[in-house]
Design a binder for this molecule. Structure first.
Ligand code: C2O
Length: 547
């Protein structure tokens, strides 16, 4: 393959949205950031230079990073952050992935504005596995705009124990669109030609909101999620969680009675949390048919979207996603499991520390945990500690199950204690792993988009209520389950995922709702080297930042 070189200069830039101007961190002054275009099998080399006051790291979300964990990017997991005035070269190879991924900052809430698309084309000469050739391919990247500084918002929330303020708008390719005040000029417009096919590369880079997306009067054909092909299916609405990507085909077909009409593309939340805990607004972009001669504003078509907390839609939509599972694109699902885990994931509260007043529920402070552990970030990178055998950075006693089983989706018990710790699970090279992720209703059922670094996993099962290990595994799909890197743990339900731990290193797993990560809904897997040279983590690059 080829090698693709990029330079990312992280600089502050004044950006105005909703009539509010704010200096935001950007890459090369662009918002959203530059698009990386590569092919399966290519090497990508990105020099990131930090010219802002805050620490920076960049994560290549969904890139498998085979043996190159040093380039994965989560701060204090695989690297110490790049300090002001310093730089670091990320260097990795795309292996067996085609579709759309994205890059984003991975330190505190910096990814609020620091993100951009990664387009992965098939190897040269290899066609797409779907019958139409898109006339154009267009990234559609969803984000959130905050009029206030997101770093100040999360700092204040952690100080007071309360929930952080929600964003002021959603954005499509950085633009809030005409449904917000003071924003119509900031509208993303996609000009299309009748009869042509378009490949929309949807990316949810929002901090804290799952989204429904739909285009008025146009059917979408889903062909790829998280850079893995799926069996194509038609839908009017796509559900996309933060951390997920979805490629859809759209055939431009103007309205018969009004060929120049404008069609809105809308996105708004799939909101499973308490009202007030998510941004309940709608972003619009425009699909524009522009035959010459039409200059006037013409009728506007609006798509309809499912109800805010339409969990049945979410479950049905997820169940339709299936791997291609063809000889060319086999689904390498682990059939036997070496180690199986049960993770209870959810929100909770901690008592307010003695010297503080907290504004969380009943004077407590919010926390979030997996198996009663709220993950605390170390001050040395876990990967460096693992590689250099440094003691005292993490412990290897992450619990394989909750302290005490309870009725996860019923009335929670009073003893759901949470402790803080930097705990990991250590896996032998190439262990086949199953994890059942069970939502808990300790603070109300809520969907959690769980993201695993360093791997794709197969979603072999999902269901509502409590997972039943005596009945549910019989229904697992081991033939064509969807392969992805981020899965929504259903509100009031569970998902089961499987993967081979064939990538040595330290790999973060966390809720991709950034506020839940901040509250501790995260953990890490340590995968040891295998015996062969090609089964070992590469040595650290010489410019790896120091803490
Ligand atoms: Cu896109 Cu650890 O995240």
């Amino acid at each position: 393959g080829a090698t693709r070189y990029y330079t990312f200069n992280v600089t502050m830039r004044q950006v105005t949205r909703l009539c509010t101007t704010r200096a935001i961190p950007t890459v090369n002054g662009q918002f959203p950031g530059p698009k990386i275009v590569t092919r399966d099998g290519d090497r990508v080399v990105v020099k990131v230079v930090n010219n802002v006051e805050d620490n920076v790291t960049i994560h290549w979300h969904g890139v498998r990073q085979m043996r190159t964990g040093w380039s994965d990017g989560p701060a204090y997991v695989t690297q110490c952050p790049i300090q002001t005035g310093q730089s670091f070269v990320y260097n990795f190879t795309i292996t067996g992935q085609r579709g759309t991924l994205f890059w984003h900052a991975h330190v505190s809430w910096m990814r609020a504005t620091l993100y951009g698309p990664i387009v992965i084309l098939p190897k040269r000469g290899v066609p797409y596995p779907f019958p139409v050739k898109p006339y154009k391919e267009v990234p559609i990247i969803f984000g959130e705009w905050f009029n206030a500084d997101p770093e100040a918002i999360i700092a204040q929330a952690l100080r007071t124990g309360a929930g952080p303020n929600v964003s002021d708008a959603f954005t499509i390719n950085g633009l809030p669109g005409p449904l917000y005040n003071c924003s119509s000029k900031d509208t993303f417009k996609l000009k299309v030609l009748p009869g042509k096919w378009y490949l929309l590369r949807l990316i949810n880079a929002a901090l804290n909101d799952e989204l429904f997306f739909s285009v008025a009067n146009h059917t979408l054909t889903v062909v790829d999620v998280d850079a893995a092909y799926v069996k194509p299916f038609h839908t009017d609405v796509v559900l996309i969680t933060p951390g997920q990507t979805t490629n859809v085909l759209l055939r431009a077909e103007p309205d018969a009675g009004c060929p120049a009409a404008t069609h809105l593309m809308l996105a708004r939340p799939y909101g499973t949390g308490q009202p007030g805990t998510f941004d309940n607004t709608t972003v619009a972009a425009v699909l524009e048919y522009a035959p010459p001669g039409h200059v006037k504003a013409l009728p506007l078509f609006r798509p309809s979207l499912p109800a805010l907390n339409d969990t049945a839609f979410a479950a049905n939509y997820s169940a339709r996603l299936r791997s291609l599972a063809t000889p060319e694109y086999p689904a390498a699902v682990p059939r036997l499991v070496d180690r199986s885990f049960f993770f209870a994931v959810g929100l909770g509260t901690n008592p307010c520390p003695a010297n503080r007043t907290c504004q969380g529920p009943n004077g407590s402070m919010f926390t979030a945990s997996m198996n009663n552990v709220s993950f605390g970030m170390p001050t040395t990178a876990l990967l460096q500690a693992h590689y250099g055998n440094l003691a005292g950075v993490y412990t290897d006693d992450f619990p394989v199950a909750p302290l005490q089983p309870f009725n996860y989706t019923g009335t929670p018990p009073n003893n759901t204690n949470v402790s803080n710790g930097t705990k990991v699970v250590v896996l032998k090279y190439n262990t086949s792993v199953e994890v059942v992720l069970q939502d808990t209703s300790i603070l109300g059922a809520e969907s959690h988009p769980l993201h695993l670094h360093g791997f794709d996993f197969f979603v072999v099962g999902q269901g509502f209520g409590n997972y039943d290990s005596s009945k549910d595994p019989a229904k697992f799909n081991l033939v064509d389950p969807v392969q992805r890197n981020t899965v929504g743990v259903p509100a009031g339900g569970w998902v089961a995922i499987r993967f081979f731990a064939d990538n040595p290193g330290v790999w973060f797993m966390h809720c991709h709702l950034e506020v839940h990560t901040s509250w501790g809904l995260k953990m890490a897997w340590v995968v040891n080297d295998g015996p062969l040279p090609e089964q070992k983590l590469m040595p650290p690059p010489s410019d790896l930042p120091k803490c």
